[in-house]
Design a binder for this molecule. Structure first.
Ligand SMILES: *[C@@H]1O[C@H](CO)[C@@H](O)[C@H](O)[C@H]1NC(C)=O
Ligand SMILES: *[C@@H]1O[C@H](CO)[C@@H](O)[C@H](O)[C@H]1NC(C)=O
Ligand SMILES: *[C@@H]1O[C@H](CO)[C@@H](O)[C@H](O)[C@H]1NC(C)=O
Ligand SMILES: *[C@@H]1O[C@H](CO)[C@@H](O)[C@H](O)[C@H]1NC(C)=O
Ligand SMILES: *[C@@H]1O[C@H](CO)[C@@H](O)[C@H](O)[C@H]1NC(C)=O
Ligand SMILES: *[C@@H]1O[C@H](CO)[C@@H](O)[C@H](O)[C@H]1NC(C)=O
Ligand SMILES: *[C@@H]1O[C@H](CO)[C@@H](O)[C@H](O)[C@H]1NC(C)=O
Ligand SMILES: *[C@@H]1O[C@H](CO)[C@@H](O)[C@H](O)[C@H]1NC(C)=O
Ligand SMILES: *[C@@H]1O[C@H](CO)[C@@H](O)[C@H](O)[C@H]1NC(C)=O
Length: 842
């Protein structure tokens, strides 16, 4: 309001016909004066960031409750008091002075030599947030703030360099939230070799955004959302630059290099009046620059315990360090004598972030085939890849490497092909591996096709027979087990025997159908995002739980079996045991041990049952779940993200030991699982972290979030999703009490206060709040959580505002707030995919 009056006052004072968004030649802006862009999107004036008392001049969003600054003029030269003046000097430059008498220059646009007629220059703030010095008559621009970015990359801004006049536009972080001074982190387009984006701390490379592949940056695995953003990358004789536009003008978005060296996109949610942060970069260990050393590559899905692997034809330089998980020494050629001895070839690595291109040679005008020839002819060439992808024409251009290859990693679902040169022996080894794998796959495929054909024949015979006899029989809508004809299916069993994998028990469909009474409704235990669960009893009396995956699982039979086989090897006291699987026709099922004692939700969300859980039992359950998740995330060989942790997925055995069910489902179910982005959001309202629910971004931290919800539910005895209060979810309520220091009020009343130590319960609530924090990186990881739960002496950081995720917001699918360029994914979330409500184990 105050600012408003000041503006009006200022206008009246200087009313010589100019618009509000313009500083005229003879105007002078004093501290407190603000000019606002035409559409009232951005404002320009004086501000003090955070707790600072110093005055800065800059541009911020005009209409937000909390000031968000996007550009600072005098970032390294603050004004000590409110006596600053902004005005034009005689040369036509816009200047900031420390006082009215123009002796102390703080900052200047400094382009005098380009301004021919200083009296005609004005400064204007545009609706894109650009402060422009221009001649209002001809529209000629002399200077613009977009050419001098600070820490924020706005739409229509340009990052990169010009080849002639030496202009280099790059981001430099603030020093701290209180100090916009030039910080240590920069993000820039690298000149050397083939241009790529790099993030530095001082001169040390931290993260490589990589090269522009025509569709995305090689270091950012997600595709961009083409319906909202158009990104363009220019690389010609004049300049190398990157810019992006927003097609929907209502989307308010910015990409910021934070003072902590994190590059993150934020999108404004107008309804809740806050910024939503999307996937930050760098994100995981494999993103750290050259983490695996020269000639090594990082595979976060590595089935070994260590994510660093040597490129084909290379071996660890210091095998001892490698064993101790110190990959910094990198890898060296296995056999140095064999290079360029003829009959060499290339091994193709798929889904790769290609190595550092600063020393790579480029030829944009050749095909991949020609590239191979070029590389093979040149003895120093160690690898090649295509330089970019044309949207229709496929890979084009040629990049070749001639020395050590740095900072290579793989992705689960994006990335390019990298062809690494190897000698004859190595090539034979790789071909052998590859072809034998292919042969095996082929054999399995053939036998499966035969099996399916046979089944169809049997099925048709049976149907005909049935039609003849017109015997009436109870029929099931979802499942017609017509082929359960034991005589006929004998031959089928033989076939199955051949394809059977000895390691993983493969159950017959007939067996499972019999055990579950043909998947009868009475035997149905519940339904989840991945399918339904049935109880069954095998002939020998053993009780089983059968997860029948829904049909659209998108995964092939072989992959399915492989995944189940891998996951069935995970064994932990706090995980439900997998007994085997069943794949027939288009059915895919996973068979688990059956636990009679119901699931956690049965206990904590029901009045009487809840009273049975005293505090020692509850804390044991919490710790058990934590250990189970820890095993999935860190200790098992597979690094599994559960993605659907919830009370009904925690089963309790006779001794009330918690056992996590449904783990590995995401992997079994197929799709791009472990790496953080998915088209298909499966999960349960109330347990899904906001970044997962809204953007499909998942990581071990989204499981941590769900675990936090579980802790709070176990302590309060209340469901997060169904919580009715002015806060609309449980931790809004918990947080409110926490801030007021009344948090003991939320502890479940049915728990006898005698049985617990209040400080211990408080600590658990504290940990729960840490886990549901809004910012992904603030949430602790599971080793830390387990440590915190186990030791009373540890000091916990104070929790920040939790993410309030309400069902309402999720359903109304907020326009652009959930998507981004560069640092976010194309995850068209369809609400229909999110179903799960009911229970496993009831
Ligand atoms: C300046 O802004 C105020 C308030 O937005 C408006 O009333 C006034 O007409 C504007 N003046 C000019 C010259 O555009
Ligand atoms: C601000 O104050 C410091 C010390 O008090 C002084 O060194 C500096 O020159 C002042 N800067 C301005 C712009 O007045
Ligand atoms: C102008 O600047 C000079 C030197 O910096 C200072 O001594 C003087 O007091 C200032 N004059 C006014 C009117 O502020
Ligand atoms: C203005 O730019 C010139 C070079 O273009 C530089 O030497 C000078 O220091 C700059 N002045 C200011 C006040 O930034
Ligand atoms: C920047 O780096 C220097 C030297 O490494 C260090 O002393 C300083 O604390 C860093 N500044 C910030 C804001 O991190
Ligand atoms: C985005 O597309 C629009 C039109 O479709 C175009 O006007 C605009 O210049 C483009 N922006 C960028 C950054 O490519
Ligand atoms: C990329 O690799 C080359 C050597 O191949 C090295 O000289 C250069 O410093 C690397 N680039 C960066 C940014 O580290
Ligand atoms: C690319 O190759 C084609 C034909 O091979 C040639 O006509 C064209 O001039 C080349 N372009 C460049 C930039 O070298
Ligand atoms: C091999 O490639 C490098 C880098 O492009 C080049 O400097 C060298 O001359 C080439 N050697 C031969 C024999 O062509």
């Amino acid at each position: 309001m105050k600012i408003f009056f000041i503006i009006i006052f200022f206008l009246l004072r200087s009313c010589v016909g100019g618009a509000n968004d313009t500083i005229m030649r003879r105007q002078s802006l004093r501290d407190g004066d603000v000019i606002v862009s035409e559409g009232k999107r951005f404002a320009f004036g004086y501000f003090s960031p955070g707790n600072s008392k110093l005055r800065y001049v800059g541009v911020w969003y005009a209409q937000m409750n909390k000031q968000t600054v996007v550009w600072v003029a005098n970032r390294d030269h603050p004004i000590n008091d409110t006596s600053g003046h902004i005005k034009f000097n005689s040369g036509g430059n816009l200047c900031v002075y420390a006082s009215a008498n123009e002796t102390e220059l703080i900052w200047s646009t400094n382009v005098s030599d380009r301004i021919l007629e200083p009296s005609l220059v004005v400064a204007r703030v545009s609706d894109s947030g650009n402060l422009v010095l221009l001649d209002p008559v001809t529209g000629r621009v002399f200077w613009e703030s977009f050419d001098h970015p600070t820490d924020t990359f706005l739409p229509f801004m340009r990052l990169g360099f010009t080849r002639k006049d030496g202009l280099d536009r790059f981001l430099t972080s603030w020093r701290s939230p209180d100090d916009p001074g030039s910080g240590n982190y920069t993000l820039r387009l690298e000149r050397r070799g083939f241009p790529q984006t790099m993030m530095y701390n001082g001169l040390t490379p931290l993260w490589r955004g990589g090269t522009w592949t025509g569709q995305r940056w090689s270091g950012v695995p997600e595709k961009t959302l083409k319906s909202i953003f158009n990104i363009s990358f220019v690389n010609n004789q004049d300049e190398v630059s990157n810019t992006y536009g927003v097609l929907d003008a209502s989307v308010v978005t910015r990409l910021v290099l934070s003072e902590a060296g994190i590059l993150q996109r934020f999108t404004w949610n107008g309804r809740e009046k806050r910024w939503i942060g999307l996937r930050p970069n760098p994100q995981e260990q494999c993103d750290d620059y050259a983490y695996c050393g020269p000639n090594g590559y990082c595979d976060p899905l590595s089935r070994d315990t260590f994510e660093c692997i040597c490129l084909p034809g290379y071996k660890p330089k210091a095998p001892g360090d490698w064993k101790l998980r110190d990959p910094s020494g990198g890898c060296t050629r296995r056999d140095t004598t064999s290079v360029c001895r003829g009959r060499e070839g290339f091994v193709k690595l798929k889904r790769v972030k290609i190595p550092n291109t600063s020393a790579a040679s480029v030829d944009m005008n050749v095909t991949l085939k020609e590239c191979e020839v070029t590389c093979l002819r040149n003895c120093s060439c160690v690898a090649y890849a295509s330089a970019y992808y044309e949207s229709e024409g496929g890979p084009r251009g040629c990049l070749t490497w001639h020395g050590d290859m740095l900072d290579t990693r793989t992705y689960s679902s994006s990335g390019q092909d990298l062809f690494v040169r190897v000698d004859k022996a190595e090539l034979e080894r790789w071909n052998r591996n590859g072809s034998s794998r292919k042969r095996r796959l082929f054999l399995i495929l053939i036998s499966l096709i035969l099996a399916v054909m046979l089944l169809m024949v049997i099925f048709l015979c049976f149907v005909r027979k049935r039609q003849k006899s017109k015997r009436h029989k109870r029929s099931s809508k979802t499942f017609a087990p017509s082929y359960i004809d034991f005589g006929e299916s004998l031959r089928f069993e033989e076939l199955q025997d051949k394809a059977r994998n000895r390691e993983l028990p493969l159950f017959e469909l007939t067996t499972i159908a019999a055990a579950t009474d043909e998947f009868s409704f009475q035997n149905k235990l519940g339904e989840g995002g991945f399918g339904s669960v049935y109880k069954g009893v095998l002939e020998n009396g053993m009780e089983i739980a059968v997860k029948r995956l829904s049909k659209n699982s998108g995964q092939g039979v072989v992959e399915f079996k492989n995944e189940v086989k891998l996951i069935s090897k995970l064994q932990h006291r706090n995980l439900v045991r997998i007994l085997g699987c069943c794949v027939e026709l288009d059915e895919k099922m996973v068979i688990y041990e059956y636990l009679p004692n119901k699931s956690l939700d049965y206990f904590i969300f029901h009045e009487e049952q809840r009273a049975m859980l005293d505090w020692p039992t509850r804390i044991d359950i919490i710790r058990g779940i934590a250990r189970g998740i820890l095993y999935l995330h860190h200790d098992s060989r597979l690094r599994i993200i559960h993605r659907d942790l919830k009370a009904s997925n925690i089963l309790l055995d006779n001794e009330m030991i918690p056992k996590i069910a449904d783990f590995g489902m995401a992997r079994i179910f197929g799709g791009n699982q472990i790496e953080g982005s998915t088209n298909r959001v499966v999960g349960t309202y109330g347990y899904m972290s906001p970044e997962y629910a809204m953007d499909g971004q998942f990581s071990i931290k989204s499981d941590v979030y769900s675990f936090g919800v579980l802790i709070l539910e176990i302590i309060t005895g209340k469901k997060n999703s169904g919580f009715k209060d002015k806060f609309s979810n449980l931790f809004g309520h918990v947080w409110d009490r926490w801030e007021k220091g009344e948090v003991t009020e939320i502890i479940d009343k049915s728990m006898d206060a005698e049985t617990y130590d209040e400080s211990e319960v408080m600590k658990c609530i504290h940990i729960g709040l840490l886990c549901v924090q809004e910012i992904v990186s603030d949430r602790p990881d599971m080793p830390t959580v387990v440590l915190m739960l186990g030791h009373n002496a540890i000091d916990l950081p104070s929790p920040k505002h939790p993410a309030f995720m309400t069902r309402k917001r999720r359903e109304s699918n907020d326009g652009g707030s959930s998507s981004g360029v560069w640092l976010s994914g194309e995850n068209g979330i369809s609400v229909n995919d999110v179903t799960l409500t009911s229970v496993y184990g009831r």
